[in-house]
Design a protein around this ligand. Structure first.
Ligand code: F6P
Length: 537
């Protein structure tokens, strides 16, 4: 096998195949195979995954799976699950799957079984969450906690806020949850505006405990709390931390007892099932939290064991490569037809784009092919009245993931039927469109016909589940995590580092003193200098 992806036999076979089917309409594929809608589906773990409305044939799938296999998917998957240091640029294992492994399993990093450590933290989280939920944990003035504020950014925010919103139905409504991430002071100010310090708990979530945004917000929250509570020892009752950096946490004044740890083998964007999920556990309770972990684990097992042709994350991953590298798709849309999943696309943006936005291979060579696609989305049906026009009749190809649930968590007739009818109809309209003849038959004025034609042939996947339970949320999260892995393997890049976020951080650190001290000489480019001068004035 050539190590250069585009020189490999598998790639070349796909290039040839692409030319053959590039212009084949999804409608034709359905006409040729009356069973396609049933056949190109996977039903497992209560997920009905329909991938029939894609611009693929059986041969496409075979070729893509061969490519994945040739790129070493199975061996690399095994290496990840077994704790090998596959994050080679950071010399780290990648074991978010260990965070949801059953108690009796054994997964070793450097010869040490990490599963007992994981469960020790989970038990500690459960004990703490129970105390907050039942009012046993008292603040500095003896009051129970009514508000929980998670301060974190990136993976230390997006997972918690997404899970909180997604599982709101299961949350304790007597508690108020707020999530602060932006270094823009308005974020913190608005989060605290109606809260009292004596009944507020801050969870400072930061893997490194050095992130500028989080540390700035944490210090301001500390000042806000101490202004009301008057005594530095109050910090220990109102601040806890989720971090791998005990030393820095203790410097902040947090009681070491109240540090919930995790490990360098958990990437930030893969950490919502680590202690970063503390706010989630307080919100939904330990039992529901464990259901979510079960869902994650079930999908891990599906990914690890199910043959590639029936493996949901594998199919998602290879379809990603197909559209990105062969059809030249620039973006992938995710439309949950479930309002509680409103933050799911934002969560997926970090997961997918921080993971797959790489232009060099693991070997350090610049890729001569496209990698990570742009993820975006909004809950249906809102998007239909906004940007769907471009997907239906625009000039770009945008593969869509529809996510829907049979049962609503709020049974308000006829809402659910309308919602799901819309989801199903959108997939149908995108794939099959409406021809000139069909429009003409409706008696439409000749001049208007071109405007009313829908070309169709727009690809989509549909993920249909029973209801938005903690377990099903877990399955969806792990499903996307592993689809990212599949794409990373095919492209030969490292989906587990994020060096691309560093430069901006370093430059900001240079500019901060230049904003604070107006006399400080500045020596950037002319544009940067002018912007700094404008701010200084
Ligand atoms: O800047 C990117 C990043 O490193 C993300 O990968 C991470 O999720 C986020 O910052 C937050 O980092 P931390 O948890 O260390 O504060």
């Amino acid at each position: 096998m050539s190590t250069v992806l585009t020189n490999s036999e598998g790639w070349k076979a796909l290039e040839k195949h692409f030319v053959e089917i590039e212009h084949t309409h999804i409608k034709t594929l359905f006409e040729k195979d009356k069973n396609r809608g049933q056949r190109l589906t996977v039903k497992d773990l209560g997920i009905y995954f329909d991938f029939s409305k894609h611009r693929i044939t059986d041969e496409t799938l075979d070729l893509l799976i061969n490519l994945a296999r040739d790129r070493g998917l199975e061996a690399k998957r095994a290496a990840m699950f077994s704790g090998e240091k596959i994050n080679i640029t950071e010399n780290r294992a990648v074991l978010h799957t260990a965070l949801r492994a059953p108690k009796d399993s054994s997964i070793k990093v450097d010869g040490h079984n990490v599963v007992p450590d994981v469960h020790e933290v989970l038990d500690k989280m459960a004990g703490f969450a129970a105390k907050i939920r039942n009012g046993e944990w008292k603040g500095f003035t003896g009051k129970s906690i009514k508000n929980v504020v998670n301060i974190g950014i990136g993976g230390s925010d997006l997972g918690p806020v997404m899970a909180y919103e997604a599982l709101k139905h299961y949350t304790d409504r007597s508690l108020t949850f707020r999530f602060v991430s932006n270094v823009d002071g308005s974020d913190l100010a608005e989060a605290l505006i109606d809260l009292r310090a004596d009944e507020t708990l801050f969870i400072i979530s930061s893997k490194t405990f050095t992130t500028l945004e989080t540390m700035t917000n944490a210090q301001s929250a500390r000042s806000w709390a101490l202004k009301q509570l008057g005594n530095p020892s109050a910090v220990a009752r109102h601040f806890v931390a989720v971090s791998t950096n005990e030393k820095e946490v203790m410097k902040f004044g947090i009681d070491p007892q109240n540090i919930f740890g995790f490990w360098d083998w958990v990437g930030g964007r893969y950490s919502m099932s680590a202690a970063i999920g503390l706010s989630t556990m307080i919100a939904i309770g330990p039992d529901h939290y464990h259901e979510m972990l079960n869902g994650l684990h079930e999908m891990d097992e599906h990914f690890r064991t199910v043959p590639l042709h029936k493996n949901i994350p594998v199919i998602m991953g290879i379809l990603g490569v197909w559209y990105n590298n062969f059809f030249g798709a620039q973006t992938q849309a995710v439309f949950p037809y479930e309002n509680y999943l409103k933050r799911f696309p934002a969560y997926l943006q970090q997961l997918t784009m921080e993971s797959l936005g790489k232009h060099v291979t693991l070997g350090g060579e610049k890729t001569n092919y496209q990698t990570g696609i742009i993820y975006w989305g909004e809950p249906g049906t809102n998007g239909q009245h906004s940007f769907y026009q471009l997907i239906h009749q625009g000039t770009k190809i945008i593969p869509v993931d529809f996510i829907g649930f049979k049962k609503s968590l709020n049974t308000l007739t006829p809402h659910q039927d309308y919602l799901i009818a819309n989801m199903i109809a959108q997939g149908e309209a995108l794939a099959f469109g409406k021809t000139t003849e069909e429009v003409r038959k409706e008696g439409v004025d000749e001049q208007l016909i071109p405007h009313k034609v829908f070309e169709g042939n727009r690809p989509s996947s549909t993920f249909f589940l029973d209801t938005l339970s903690p377990e099903n949320l877990g399955k969806l999260v792990a499903m996307y995590e592993h689809s990212v892995f599949v794409q990373g393997v095919i492209w030969g890049i490292n989906p587990f580092d994020q060096m691309g976020v560093e430069l901006g951080k370093v430059l900001a650190q240079n500019i901060i003193p230049e904003l604070l001290d107006k006399q400080k000489p500045i020596a950037h480019d002319s544009s940067t200098n002018a912007l700094i001068e404008f701010y200084r004035q």
